[in-house]
Structures are given as structure tokens and as C-alpha cells.
Design a protein around this ligand. Structure first.
Ligand SMILES: *Cc1c(COP(=O)(O)O)cnc(C)c1O
Length: 400
């Protein structure tokens, strides 16, 4: 019998790797807003932004149409242009790097730390030292808190002061998590924190995102960019204010607005966030307890400073002792109705990035991780029965 064929019947229904949880109060909140006079550009977006500030502790929050738009706007607000470099990690969603290309800037990557799977601050330091000699330092660094575990922000912040670059935290995996006992999004060690509310993330607005910052000037720049670069504030006018109808376009912006009914969903979902993170941590520890003895590398729950993991994903890595390959395990679990996934194909190995000159071997830790990683289901409503089925199947596949 091939190694990925096993004598187990598939789970009766498909178990996805992640999905949203919406209850009737979330749905009622949206319906209520749909009956209001303003379904976009109304008061609910502001109320949601204020709630995000209260939750994260950031001074300013700017709601936006997606996490990707958030990264783009953050780059623009920080003044990234075609003369600049942006560095990020190869192990992320492509949006973490594409934001540089939207600004016609150049992209480069910093290899990961195999233990945390986050951008390695040691590799960063090394690369900065070399780049400094070549006068090719980055203007912006996009740091991703992979799978919900915060990166080494204090060290990265220290390096940003030494080599003067800005930091965007791509915190799309990490809403609800903590670093140094501060909520991720508090934005102490970065210029912007960017979140996404796509349905697989901790809480959802359908599509949507938010930028957090403590810098008022950056906040105003970001806000302006989300609304076509248009200001109606007489204090910000370049030309003479002509009357209440008057507005000015001062920069080239976008329509990156979030609607009010999305914001009402976000407001309602935010009330469940802490409970959802607790559930995700409980599910993760159940996995730990039952997968520990298998030939797998399991994700770190915490580091000294990353004190609360948001557990957006639960990624296992097959060790050299596994009796089955990652592809065989992927196929085997899929056949049993278990929705596994691979996060992520290293960005630099995408055809589009290869055309920019990247190739296999450029970031060995990222490539090594990619060759053996597999994301197994983790979401708030994952039942004990489903989770135990997943654990049972993994044990069967991975025991010789
Ligand atoms: C989801 C995600 C994004 C993009 O968010 P969207 O809201 O889907 O545009 C960016 N970076 C990371 C790490 C993500 O997981």
C-alpha cells in the first residue's frame, strides 16, 4: 500500500484549515448599519477605528479596504519611491513584498530564523552591515509576525535606529497577540502596524484592514491616501478656501475605504477577539500534547518576549525521521477531508520574482522550511472530535 493510502474512512464533512466565526449579534450589527443613512463614509468607520485604538493601545487607527491596501498606503506614507529598497521575509503572503513594487521600489529579502520562522534579526544585522558598505540600505523593512508569533521587535527597532530605516509591521497574522506584554498593534517598535480582516484572520469584515500608528503625521498621510488624496480641511488647503463645497486633491490617493457595514461587523467581532485567541491557544496546546512524539517540528508557542501567540496558523514541519514526504502527507490528509495547506511558497521563488533575478538557494532557511511545512486546521469552531481525527490521522501516517 502506498504510504499516503491508509485504512481510515474520510471525515464525513470537509474540515478547512481556517474559517470565520459569525454569530447572530455580528449579523444583526451589519443589518442595523445597512438601515442607516450612511452605509459608507459614515460614523461607524470612526467608531471602529476608535475601538481598534482602545484594543491595541495605538494612538491612531485608519480603517482600510484590505491588508494589502494597508501595506501599500504605509509604504506611500513613509515616502517609498523608485529610488528605494524595501526588505521583507520570504516566508509570507506575497502582499508583504508586492507593496514595494506598487511604489516602483526595489525588493530584497532577509532569511528566516528556522526556530521562529520569522525574519531573523541576526541575518538582518549581517545584511545591513554589507548593504551599508555598498550604500544600498533599505528605506523600509516589512516585518511579519509569522503565524501569530511576534518577531524580535526590540532588536529590529535598535537596528532601525542604527541604520535609519522605517518599520512596517505586517501584523496580519497577529491581531490579539502580545509582545513584551503589549498588544501587537500598539506600534511601539514600528512606524505602522497593518492588520487584515479577511475571513481566515482572527476577526473578519469580509475584506478589510486597519493601519495603526502613534505618529500623527503618518496617520494623516495614510488617511489622505485612502480617500483619493482629497482633503476638506481648510487648514490643509494650498489654495484659497472657496467655500463649504471646496476640496483639494493634494496627492495621488486611492479609493481604499472600508464601508460602514464592514466596520459594524468589525466592531461586533472585536468583542469576541480575546475569547477567540484563548480558544486558538487551547487548540494549539491540544495539538502539542498529542503530536509531540511524532517526527515533527511543532511551532513555538512563545518566546521570551512574544508572550501571547495569536495562533493564526498551526504549521508543522516533517523531520528527516518522517516515514512519508510532505507531498504524500498533503495528499493523504486531503483524501480524508482534512483541509491542509502550505504557508508559504517563498516569495522570491514565485515566477514574477524570479524574473527580478531571485533564484533557488538565495534564502536557504526559508527554502528548507518550505520543503517540509504543512498547515493543519486551526480555527475557533474546530471541534474536539475533528481535532482528534486530525491527530489520529497524523499519528497513523507518521508512525512507521
Ligand atoms: C492576509 C495577509 C495579507 C493581506 O491581507 P488582505 O486583507 O487579504 O489584503 C498580507 N500579509 C499577510 C502576512 C497576510 O496573512
Amino acid at each position: 500500500m502506498p504510504k499516503d493510502q491508509i485504512n481510515i474512512s474520510p471525515y464525513p464533512t470537509f474540515i478547512p484549515y481556517g474559517k470565520q466565526k459569525l454569530n447572530s449579534s455580528d449579523i444583526n450589527a451589519v443589518v442595523k448599519t445597512l438601515k442607516q443613512p450612511y452605509i459608507t463614509q459614515g460614523p461607524t468607520v470612526t467608531a471602529f477605528e476608535n475601538a481598534i485604538c482602545r484594543y491595541t493601545g495605538a494612538e491612531f487607527a485608519c480603517a482600510i479596504s484590505s491588508g494589502t491596501a494597508g501595506l501599500h498606503v504605509a509604504c506611500r506614507a513613509l515616502g517609498l519611491t523608485e529610488e528605494d529598497w524595501l526588505w521583507t521575509t520570504p516566508i509570507s503572503f506575497i502582499a508583504s513584498a508586492n507593496c514595494a513594487l506598487y511604489c516602483n521600489a526595489q525588493v530584497d529579502f532577509v532569511d528566516i530564523d528556522p526556530e521562529t520562522r520569522n525574519l531573523s534579526s541576526y541575518a538582518l544585522e549581517e545584511k545591513l552591515r554589507i548593504a551599508s558598505k555598498m550604500k544600498r540600505l533599505p528605506k523600509v523593512l516589512v516585518v511579519v509576525h509569522f503565524a501569530g508569533l511576534s518577531a524580535d521587535m526590540q532588536r529590529i527597532k535598535d537596528l532601525s535606529e542604527e541604520y535609519s530605516f522605517s518599520i512596517i509591521e505586517d501584523a496580519c497574522h497577529a491581531l490579539g497577540g502580545n509582545y513584551c506584554q503589549e498588544k501587537i498593534g500598539r506600534s511601539i517598535w514600528c512606524d505602522f502596524s497593518v492588520f487584515s480582516f479577511h475571513p481566515v484572520k482572527a476577526i473578519t469584515t469580509g475584506e478589510g484592514g486597519v493601519l495603526c500608528t502613534n505618529n500623527e503625521d503618518l496617520y494623516h498621510k495614510a488617511k489622505l491616501l485612502t480617500q483619493q488624496g482629497i482633503t476638506r480641511d481648510p487648514n490643509e488647503m494650498e489654495l484659497e478656501y472657496e467655500g463649504p463645497w471646496y476640496y483639494e486633491q493634494s496627492t495621488l490617493g486611492y479609493n481604499y475605504r472600508m464601508t460602514d457595514f464592514q466596520a459594524s461587523l468589525g466592531l461586533s467581532q472585536l468583542k469576541h477577539l480575546d475569547e477567540y485567541i484563548e480558544t486558538r491557544n487551547k487548540l494549539a496546546s491540544h495539538y502539542y500534547n498529542h503530536l509531540e512524539k511524532l517526527p515533527l517540528t511543532l511551532p513555538l508557542a512563545n518566546t521570551l518576549d512574544a508572550d501571547l501567540n495569536a495562533f493564526h496558523l498551526y504549521v508543522i514541519e516533517l523531520t528527516e525521521y518522517a516515514p512519508i514526504t510532505r507531498s504524500e502527507l498533503y495528499a493523504g490528509l486531503t483524501r480524508l477531508n482534512i483541509g491542509v495547506n502550505v504557508h508559504y511558497i517563498p516569495i522570491h521563488l514565485q515566477p514574477f520574482y524570479r524574473k527580478l533575478g531571485f533564484k533557488e538557494g538565495d534564502f536557504p532557511n526559508a527554502e528548507q522550511y518550505y520543503a517540509h511545512c504543512l498547515t493543519i486546521p486551526l480555527f475557533v469552531q474546530l471541534s474536539r472530535k475533528e481535532q482528534d481525527f486530525i491527530i489520529y490521522c497524523l499519528s497513523e501516517f507518521l508512525t512507521k
